[in-house]
Structures are given as structure tokens and as C-alpha cells.
Ligand binder design. Structure first.
Ligand code: ADP
Ligand code: MG
Ligand code: ZN
Length: 608
């Protein structure tokens, strides 16, 4: 079952174009190049960095849209240390997260740049010291980081800014993660709304807004709300050329472990899960299997989080198993893999999370272990309205976002990059993927088979059980259809059902595809029934589209990749019109067994 995983081995990633320094021109090019090399210890600019920096130095409003890891910070940090240009003095950076701020300020201090931050952690004494510096004529910091809440609420801070403004010492406002201002986005922050006052209160001060969240609506919203004046806008493709995207069926922890061990031994990675408990459990399982892993989630204490983060950053711990609490502002360049072991909640989130891989621009793997089942968990999470902020509209929006992820996973024919980027309104030609996604790699070996007849048989089985008032799960149904000789089937007498074993020749993974597709198409639905005080069980029933199949008005095609026979094995690839119908060899079935047994939700099955 590892064949498709081997495809995820990074091939040579195309090298992103770099702008040769000697070709750059502009009024401030000398000073900019000087700081790039001397202060930031970098050799070249990435796409749009120089242009954004130049525009800022000319005193213009700037909007920068760059993918996560693209290098947005340099766009405002470098102008902040320059003396020339139209703007002098302190650069005020609005940043949404404390972790993000402390990270950046520490990084700047290590480069001997004078930077300070103000957040709810700042003590009174520190605050007074920072104030003194800001009022003094000689030792002003180059960058002042603040949270939007602080900016909104602190009178002291407003006084300081007013003083700086009047003395011409307010160089620029920088709004990092600017999408937080937009109610369209998922990261909307109340206090970001107030930032529209910056333009009114400090009309002469240029504003730079930066974000990695790209859809058109959000961008326009940002430009309007911040009242940017004729901004220099820098946008770029969201394609991350060095990332390899794949979606593979979720079967077992073992499969993932052997993938990591064989492809990324002793390398740094992130594994995302949706629940805190599952993070802790998985991290422990990984440790038992010899991987250097720790968990991270929102309910951990501040100190504990910091410790885990530091161990990971220093390389003492290789793998973090985390909820999405582990995210924004995590800046570690050499992350070789980002794995989603549970279904991501949205394509937006998926893109952001996978974006944490390969920031050093070397090849990295983004693997999503897909199980249609995970959708149920997500839909439940969406409805589990802990802070009482859900509205029917917000639930609907989140549902749609989750379904978009399902469509992405189910779509095995369109280049994964094309699909991901389409989500951001970007048209992407699959030839530019250079076969660095598993759909492009598999394109040659995928086969499409017609399963209309089998679909009808499955629906007839469900129909007959439904008529007999029998409540069964999808798994049970699949077992009956496959002809599994197991107690659960025998106990209900379903081994004598006319449809028992009707699909015995279809390989298990194709059967799974078939059932998922029927659920996906609303030919089957799952109904949640309370079976006792604590438990709900999902029973399978006919859905609204079932009649189309039963009446023969609807066909069903499945695209899948037939198992390649192992060298020396007995199995022969049949080049028949419908390759999937060839009965699987005993070998192939046995290879599936160990993995299956470990997959948490499944019964133990012996095949008849
Ligand atoms: P973003 O805010 O866009 O997600 P960052 O500003 O945090 O990205 O930068 C991501 C990484 O890229 C950092 O490790 C940073 O040091 C590195 N980086 C940024 N610009 C350059 C450059 N011109 N050359 C090399 N590395 C760079
Ligand atoms: Mg950033
Ligand atoms: Zn592709």
C-alpha cells in the first residue's frame, strides 16, 4: 500500500528567479543594498521585495500580497533602518499576535536593530522606559511593534504617537496580517477595524499593508478600510514551486510513520490534527515508534508552549503534532514536511498551513491523509458553538469551506496546484506544476472505470435494508457488499442477503471510493441517530439522488489508480477495459491487512 506514497519523494524543484543585485536601479539603491548585506546578512531580494522597499522609501502607501514565507517582513524592516528617503523616524508595526511580535523583535535585536514591542505583557517599568526612549531626541527605536488593541485603547501610546507625529518622527505605519481587518476573512479582529483612524489622525504618515490572504474581495476591502492613497500594489502568484502536494487515503498511523522514516528521517516537520487529545495521543504513538515528536495546542500553559516551541526551533524536537493553534508567525526555514492527519477546515487554512513547509525554498512535502469520515467531525465542530458566536450564516459558510476541502480531496484528476490556486482566484496552468503534485504524477497511471451497475447494486442493497427497517452503518453495508465473512454481518443474517458479496471482486479501496462518491453525490446519506445517552451513530439511508441511479438515469465513473503488481508477485495487471474488476491477488489483500487492523474506526475483518 505504499506505492503512491513513494511518489511523494521530492523531485528537483524549479529554482525561483532571483533578481541580480547589480541590475537594480533607483534613488535609494545604494543604501538599500548596503542594509540587505550588512544589516540583514542576505545576498539577494526575493520577488517584489526591492520594489516594495523602494516605493516605501519614496513615501508611498504600499500594499504587499505575498504568500506565507515569501518574505514580507523585510519589506518594512529594511526601510525602517534606512536614513535616506522621504521618511524618517520610528516605524510602527501593528501585528495581531504576541508570539509573532516577540519573534520578530528578538530576530531584529539579534541583528543589532533597535526594536521594541508593547503588548499586554509589557510591564509598567518597561513601558516607562520605552516611552522615555520615544520622547528622547537621540535613542529612538527604529521599530515599535504594537497590538491593535493596545493602539486602540492606550492613551499613553496615542500621546507618544502624537508627539512623534508633530516632530516629524513617525516614519510609517505597517499593518501586518492586514486581512484581519476584513470581515470577509476568517481571522477578523475587532480592534483591526479601528485602524481606519490612522489615516485621519496622522494624514501625512504613509501606510504599508501586508498579507498572505489573497482573494479579491478581501484585498479590495483592505485597501478601502485603511484608506490607502494611490498605493503601490505588489501581488504575486501564490504558487509555491518547491512544495509537493499530495492527498492519500488515511489508513493508519503506521503508514505515516514509515513514510516519515523512509523519506524524511530526522527531519523537521509539522503534523496537524483537529483535536487536542488527538494531538497528544498521536505524539505519544509517534514517540513509541521511535520518532522525536511533541504535541502543541491552545490549552497548554504559556511556559510549556514556549518550551516545546524552543525545542522544535533548536532542532531538539523534530516533529510537532499540533492543532492550528500552531501557526501564524512560526518561522522556521527548514520544515521538510507538513502533514494533515485530519481534514483541514478550509482551503484557506490548508494553504496557510502547508505554506509553513519549505520556507528555505528547498523541496518539501505537503501530505493530506484523507478520510471522508473526517467531514462528520468537522461538521460537528462547526456546530459545537463554544463561545456562542455562531450564526446560521457563519455555520453555512464554514460548512461550505469544509466541503471545498472534500472536493479538493476527491478530485484526483485536476492538478492539485491548479485546484489550490484557483481557490485564490489564480489561474494556474498545470504544465507549471512540473509534476510536483500527486495528481500530475498519477495522471499517466490513473484509470477511469464505469461503476454505474455497481452503484445501482449498492443502492438496491441499502433500499432493501431500509425497507426492512434495519439500521446499518456505511461500513456494515460495504462489508455486506464485499461479502465479508464476519460476525457483525452473520449476526444480522446479512450473509444470506441476495446482495451479499455482490461486490466481492472490487478491491477494497475502490469500494471505498464508490461508497464515498455515492455519499458525495447525495445518492446515499448518513443519518445521525441517538443510540443512547452518550452516543450518536450514523446510519446509511438512500439520499435524494438515489432514484436517478435506480431508474438508470445516472451513470457513475470512478478514477483510481490500480495497484501495481509487486515484482515477483503472483498478481498480473490485466489490461482489460475495466482493470479494477480483476480479482485482487491474495498478496495484495494481505498487504492491506496489517494497515487496516490499525485503522482506528474499522472492525477486524476476515475476507471470505
Ligand atoms: P512572511 O511574513 O511573508 O510569511 P517572512 O518575512 O517571515 O515571511 O520570511 C520568511 C523567511 O524568508 C524568513 O526566514 C526570512 O529570513 C527569509 N527571507 C526573507 N527574505 C529573504 C531574502 N531576500 N533572501 C533570503 N531569505 C529571505
Ligand atoms: Mg509575516
Ligand atoms: Zn500538478
Amino acid at each position: 500500500t505504499m506505492d503512491y506514497l513513494d511518489d511523494a519523494v521530492p523531485s528537483e524543484a524549479p529554482v525561483p528567479p532571483q533578481v541580480p543585485l547589480e541590475d537594480l536601479t533607483g534613488p535609494h539603491v545604494t543604501e538599500i543594498k548596503h542594509h540587505l548585506a550588512r544589516t540583514f546578512d542576505l545576498r539577494s531580494f526575493r520577488k517584489n521585495q526591492y520594489e516594495a522597499i523602494s516605493a516605501a522609501m519614496e513615501g508611498r502607501d504600499v500594499f504587499v500580497l505575498m504568500p506565507t514565507g515569501g518574505g514580507k517582513s523585510l519589506c518594512f524592516q529594511l526601510p525602517a533602518v534606512c536614513q535616506g528617503g522621504q521618511t524618517k523616524g520610528v516605524t510602527v508595526v501593528v501585528s495581531p499576535l504576541m508570539a509573532l511580535m516577540t519573534d520578530q523583535v528578538d530576530g531584529l535585536k539579534a541583528k543589532r536593530i533597535d526594536a521594541v514591542y508593547l503588548n499586554s505583557d509589557t510591564s509598567g517599568e518597561e513601558l516607562r522606559h520605552i516611552q522615555d526612549c520615544l520622547y528622547s531626541s537621540h535613542s529612538k527605536p527604529s521599530l515599535l511593534y504594537v497590538t491593535p488593541e493596545r493602539l486602540k485603547l492606550s492613551g499613553t501610546l496615542k500621546n507618544v504617537l502624537g508627539h512623534l507625529y508633530r516632530s516629524g518622527q513617525l516614519a510609517r505605519f505597517v499593518i501586518d496580517e492586514a486581512h484581519c481587518i476584513s470581515t470577509w476573512g476568517q481571522d477578523f479582529r475587532e480592534a483591526y477595524q479601528e485602524l481606519h483612524t490612522l489615516r485621519d489622525d496622522y494624514p501625512e504618515v504613509p501606510i504599508m499593508a501586508l498579507t498572505a490572504t489573497a482573494d479579491r474581495k478581501t484585498i479590495d476591502d483592505i485597501l478601502v478600510r485603511l484608506k490607502l492613497r494611490d498605493p503601490a500594489v505588489f501581488e504575486q502568484s501564490f504558487n509555491r514551486t518547491n512544495l509537493f502536494y499530495s492527498v492519500v487515503p488515511k489508513r493508519s498511523v503506521e503508514e505515516m510513520v514509515s513514510f516519515i522514516k523512509s523519506t524524511h528521517p530526522n527531519k523537521t516537520g509539522i503534523i496537524y490534527r483537529n483535536g487536542r487529545d488527538s494531538c497528544e495521543k498521536l505524539a505519544q504513538q509517534l514517540r513509541q515508534k521511535g520518532l522525536n515528536a511533541k504535541h502543541f495546542h491552545g490549552k497548554m500553559g504559556k511556559e510549556e508552549k514556549k518550551e516545546v516551541l524552543n525545542e522544535w526551533k533548536s532542532g531538539k524536537c523534530h516533529i510537532i503534532v499540533a492543532t492550528i493553534a500552531f501557526g501564524m508567525g512560526i518561522d522556521k526555514a527548514e520544515v521538510r514536511f507538513v502533514i494533515h492527519f485530519d481534514l483541514p477546515k478550509s482551503m484557506d487554512g490548508y494553504y496557510q498551513e502547508t505554506g509553513r513547509a519549505g520556507r528555505d525554498e528547498k523541496p518539501a512535502d505537503c501530505i493530506l491523509y484523507y478520510s471522508f469520515r473526517d467531514l462528520q467531525t468537522i461538521l460537528k465542530l462547526i456546530r459545537n458553538d463554544k463561545d456562542g458566536t455562531s450564526t446560521p450564516a457563519s455555520i453555512e459558510r464554514q460548512d461550505q469551506a469544509a466541503w471545498a476541502v472534500i472536493r479538493y480531496c476527491e478530485n484526483e484528476s485536476v492538478c492539485r496546484r491548479t485546484q489550490v490556486l484557483q481557490h485564490f482566484g489564480e489561474k494556474f496552468d498545470k504544465k507549471d506544476c512540473h509534476a510536483r503534485c500527486n495528481n500530475c504524477v498519477n495522471a499517466s497511471s490513473m484509470v477511469t472505470g464505469d461503476f454505474t451497475e455497481e452503484a445501482k447494486q449498492v443502492l438496491e442493497l441499502v433500499q432493501s435494508l431500509q425497507r426492512g427497517q434495519e439500521n446499518v452503518t456505511v461500513d456494515h453495508c460495504r462489508n455486506v457488499f464485499k461479502g465479508a465473512n464476519i460476525a457483525a454481518v452473520r449476526d444480522k443474517g446479512h450473509d444470506r442477503h441476495p446482495s451479499f458479496g455482490a461486490g466481492k471482486d472490487i478491491p477494497r479501496e475502490v469500494l471505498e471510493l464508490l461508497f464515498n462518491k455515492l455519499l458525495y453525490l447525495d445518492a446515499l446519506i448518513e443519518q445521525s441517530v441517538q443510540t443512547n445517552a452518550k452516543w450518536h451513530t450514523q446510519y446509511v439511508k438512500l439520499g435524494s439522488k438515489a432514484k436517478d441511479f435506480l431508474a438508470g438515469r445516472q451513470t457513475l465513473q470512478l478514477s483510481y489508480r490500480p495497484k501495481t503488481p509487486k515484482p515477483g508477485g503472483k498478481a498480473k495487471a490485466k489490461s482489460s477495459r475495466k482493470p479494477a474488476r480483476a480479482p485482487p491477488s491474495k498478496d495484495a489483500e494481505q498487504q492491506l491487512e496489517p494497515a487496516r487492523a490499525l485503522y482506528a474506526d474499522d472492525d477486524d475483518i476476515e475476507w471470505s
